[in-house]
Design a protein around this ligand. Structure first.
Ligand code: LIP
Length: 263
């Protein structure tokens, strides 16, 4: 029997500890380091937050596997693997700009089971468990009711490599005339939670790491969103697509027509 309730409790507790750390350190003198490119940033707080989360998880579940953005990679024996981004939207965190959060997901033999995203500046904690629905601060949430594709509010994001960024920008320019508007908020985890609570109608992005979207994807799916790649498969590094069912077919057709998953 999968201890879903325990996994949700551990993830929620670890997220709460991390939110407190991020609120304490935001705006402080952060040692910012470039990773893969000049736009791919990491701070000492990312590393401290990851340590905090890993310690909280291992205190309760020492036999679980853990994969996290800042380097933690533990092979487990329980079948449960944690997928963690201690600060998704690091650039926003460095600037003190809204649009960052801690993202913690648990998978059982590769299947998503639990997702928690904590957004410190909005004071929101999003949670979901497979088959258990999606919640914001403990209250049920659901995707938007928009039906007109020409009114779709669509979130997206851009990678770090200059050529990919150029192509992603060109894609947005070609898409804009056929939707309501674009929002680029800077965190896949927060964007997916925005789909889950109806703050945007849809989100897409290519080139993400699993830790960017693992928690937000189950939260969006449990809130009623269509969550996939661009061809109905599982969301992946190639493409993450999340949309309310009413607008999903129209947006998916537009993105397929623009070869959005070939960038
Ligand atoms: C971020 C993603 C976001 C993307 C940003 C960045 P990070 O992750 O969550 O969707 O558009 O460029 O990759 O690097 O802040 O953890």
């Amino acid at each position: 029997m999968l201890p879903t309730a325990e996994l949700l409790e551990v993830a929620t507790d670890a997220a709460a500890l991390t939110v407190d750390l991020l609120l304490e350190r935001i705006g402080s003198d952060l040692s910012v380091v470039e990773k893969s490119t000049s736009t791919d940033l990491v701070t000492q707080v990312d590393r401290e937050a990851e340590r905090l989360i890993v310690d909280r998880i291992t205190a309760s579940r020492p036999d679980d596997g853990i994969i996290a953005e800042e380097g933690t990679n533990v092979e487990g024996s329980s079948g449960v693997t944690w997928i963690i981004d201690p600060i998704d939207g690091t650039t926003n965190f460095v600037y003190g700009h809204p649009g960052f959060g801690v993202s913690i997901a648990a998978e059982f033999h590769g299947e998503p089971v639990v997702g928690v995203v904590g957004d410190p500046l909005n004071g929101e904690t999003f949670t979901a468990s497979r088959g258990g629905g999606a919640y914001r601060n403990g209250k049920p949430i659901a995707v938007s009711a928009t039906t007109d594709p020409n009114r779709m509010l669509v979130a997206t994001g851009f990678g770090y490599e200059p050529e990919r960024r150029r192509a992603q920008g060109e894609l947005v320019a070609r898409l804009l005339a056929d939707i309501g508007d674009i929002r680029r908020m800077g965190s896949a985890a927060v964007d997916l939670c925005s789909v889950a609570c109806g703050r945007v109608d849809a989100y897409f992005e290519s080139g993400l790491n699993r830790w960017d979207f693992a928690a937000g994807a189950i939260i969006a799916a449990e809130a009623g969103a269509v969550v996939s790649d661009l061809h109905g498969g599982e969301p992946s590094r190639a493409f993450v697509f999340a949309a309310s069912p009413a607008v999903a077919p129209a947006l998916r057709d537009l993105l397929r027509h623009l070869d959005a998953d070939q960038i």
